[in-house]
Write a protein that binds this ligand. Structure first.
Ligand code: SF4
Length: 164
């Protein structure tokens, strides 16, 4: 299987979600949050034509001379967004494109946007390599971890699947 940025993000958000997505149980389209994310994405794309870049299995929101820029609709899981962006930075670096990462959280009800910066280091690159194997091993297991109700579940596309 091919590890994608989405899988890396889900692995940090919820391992069960990562397994479900990797095993083609895709309920994202039913989720209000995913729809809001798509609309925000389309609006940004309209105002900034051709900013999205696709390289192999990854889609990058924007690439400037200094930064790979990722937009997220919520700062509910900063750790997941950080590792997803670092994963993209590594893929770009392997292609000879070196950038720093800038993650912008465009929360609906917040005037001020949260912005964080990430960068690759030797240790992070080593961790990314281990992480990729961990995700492959976990998603190849016969069943996912059990669902454990948490406040993050309320906004998850898999809520109905896990609890109803
Ligand atoms: S509803 Fe909760 S347990 Fe189920 S996949 Fe989503 S976050 Fe994980």
């Amino acid at each position: 299987m091919k590890v994608t940025g989405t899988l890396v993000n889900y692995y940090f958000h919820c391992k069960r979600q990562c397994w479900l997505h990797a095993n083609k149980i895709n309920l994202e389209d039913n989720s209000e949050d995913v729809r809001i994310g798509k609309i925000l994405h389309e609006l940004r794309a309209e105002g900034n034509k051709n900013s999205e870049i696709a390289i192999e299995s990854i889609k990058i929101d924007k690439l400037t001379p200094d930064y790979l820029i990722e937009h997220k609709k919520s700062d509910a899981n900063i750790e997941a967004a950080k590792w997803q962006t670092l994963f993209y930075l590594k893929i770009l670096k392997d292609k000879g494109i070196e950038r720093k990462g800038k993650i912008q959280f465009d929360e609906k009800n917040k005037q001020e946007k949260t912005i964080i910066y990430v960068d690759l280091t030797e240790d992070i690159e080593k961790r990314l390599q281990e992480l990729e194997q961990e995700i492959i091993d976990y998603c190849s297991s016969a069943t996912p971890s059990p669902a454990i109700l948490d406040k993050k579940c309320k906004r998850c596309a898999y809520y109905d699947y896990c609890y109803i």
